[in-house]
Design a protein around this ligand. Structure first.
Ligand code: ATP
Length: 305
């Protein structure tokens, strides 16, 4: 059933001693969605994932995965839930094939070994000792193990850290394909382009709280865009219009107009140029990127809250 809420987090708090690592967060993820948790270092992403995986109990609030409490009903969730944590604990002396086979014995309805290795692009390492895998290959072996039971829900903690650009792109495509077939994915990441490429919705955490949540478009709409163009000769900055709520600057003949309403501001500028028969050459609109939003949170807002 699409639109069904698969992950529910309600006013979750988790303290380590007196320290509130997660300080009252709420969100939900629907079936087939990819949800990315971004955040500054120590924001509480891994702690949230650990609570959702049933490894930690909340201090207060509640979490539900497929309608179940992951700490109490872990066994019932079984292989409906796949989890890939940050640090994989492998037996270094086993080969990739032996590692998969060992896990398959404990995973009811496990996918065939060749199938999972193919999915993550590790077929060529089937007989390699785990101790000889590169960091990126270990990450992919980890992903293979989390996908073994054909889970309905997948939790991934920084899944592509250490992967080269091609392997990262392949992992993204795989996750997208699995989500299209109905798998729900919650991942943490430090890569803005990963969240931009993958996430249907995302939340940015800072010091235990969610400070932004929504689709990429919704989040970007809350940050400023910049319109740039060459200053038409012989005008000076003083000749330019000053649309409301914008900041207009000039450097070496390049004008930049910062605005939270790019469409309206652009319309005003083009209308103004038209009536004067001016050519605004090199005109370019740069929508605020996720990285800008993130940096605002990590730097600017940090000092004002
Ligand atoms: N077992 C623990 N005992 C005490 N404090 C902890 C423990 N685990 C985590 N913390 C603290 O809780 C906060 C949140 O940690 P967490 O690992 O959830 O953050 P994160 O967002 O995943 O960070 P990163 O992006 O750096 O991986 C950090 O300040 C961390 O030092």
């Amino acid at each position: 059933m699409l639109n069904e809420s698969v992950i529910e987090v309600r006013d979750l708090r988790k303290k380590y001693g007196d320290f509130p690592a997660v300080d009252g967060i709420s969100f939900e993820v629907r079936r087939g969605q990819i949800f990315a948790l971004l955040g500054t270092n120590g924001a509480g992403k891994t702690t949230t994932l650990d609570v959702l995986g049933g490894f930690l109990r909340p201090t207060s609030g509640s979490v539900r995965v497929l309608g179940l409490d992951p700490a109490r009903d872990r066994a019932k969730l079984g292989s409906r839930l796949g989890i890939m944590l940050q640090e994989a604990g492998f037996f270094e002396s086993l080969t990739v094939a032996e590692t998969i086979d060992a896990w398959r014995r404990f995973t009811p309805g496990a996918r065939p070994r060749a199938e999972v290795l193919e999915l993550v692009g590790l077929t060529h390492r089937t007989s390699t000792g785990v101790g000889r895998l590169s960091g990126g290959e270990r990450r992919r072996l980890d992903l293979a193990l989390s996908l073994l039971g054909g889970p309905e829900v997948l939790f991934l903690d920084e899944p592509t850290t250490g992967l080269d650009p091609e392997a990262r792109r392949n992992t993204w495509n795989l996750l997208r394909e699995l989500a299209q077939r109905g798998m729900t994915v919650l991942l943490t990441t430090h890569y803005m382009e990963e969240a931009e490429f993958l996430a249907d919705r995302l939340a940015i955490m800072d010091r235990g709280s969610i400070v932004r949540e929504g689709s990429l478009a919704e989040i970007r709409a809350r940050t400023a865009s910049t319109i740039t163009f060459s200053l038409p000769a012989p005008l000076t900055l003083a000749d330019l219009p000053r649309p409301e709520n914008t900041q207009v600057e000039e450097e070496a003949g390049q004008v930049s107009v910062t605005t939270r309403e790019p469409q309206r501001t652009l319309g005003l500028l083009l209308g103004w140029a038209d009536t004067r028969n001016l050519d605004l050459t090199d005109i370019h609109v740069d929508a605020g990127s996720l990285e800008d939003v993130f940096l605002d949170i990590a730097t600017g807002e940090r000092t004002t809250r």
